[in-house]
Design a protein around this ligand. Structure first.
Ligand SMILES: [Zn+2]
Length: 150
């Protein structure tokens, strides 16, 4: 919770993020900073994971995996328009796969696709934005990717 200039209490973006997604997202603390997804990396084989894993499936050693901030930019691998939205989601919306330089392919809602034609291979960046509404109509935030040129 933060207090704005008028003295009323307002929610920070962090408070609005789906509790299940909070461990996966580092929000930017100032407008000049970018948000990042948090993954992890195996120190034995170097592979990255998102969502985070407890044990590396390649090495199967019970070495703790290192937590890392993933690149906030990637390339659009493919996408699809969802017309039959689950409860709480507004349709249509776009889901896509974004390839990160770490070798990860992330399934994510795609934001701001109205403003620019989506093209396979285009640069995308992570943002934190509203993804749905909860049972009482309150916004629930999570990660999305949007065209990086915006
Ligand atoms: Zn490994």
């Amino acid at each position: 919770m933060t207090t704005d200039d008028t003295g009323s209490r307002s929610h920070s973006i962090e408070d609005l993020i789906d509790p299940k997604l909070r461990p996966l997202i580092k929000t930017s603390e100032s407008p000049s900073e970018k948000s990042h997804l948090i993954g992890n990396r195996c120190n034995m084989c170097g592979e990255y994971f998102f969502p985070k894993r407890v044990i590396c499936p390649n090495c199967l050693k019970e070495e703790p995996l290192e937590e890392v901030l993933l690149s906030n930019k990637g390339k659009l691998y493919t996408y699809s328009v969802v017309k039959a939205a689950p409860l709480g989601f507004q349709s249509p919306y776009v889901m896509g796969y974004v390839d990160l330089p770490e070798g990860l392919r992330i399934l994510s809602p795609i934001a701001e696709y109205e403003n620019e034609t989506l093209r396979i291979g285009m640069d995308m960046e992570v943002i934190v934005d509203k993804i749905r509404e909860d049972d009482t109509g309150n916004p629930v935030y999570g990660y999305k990717f949007r065209p990086a040129s915006l």
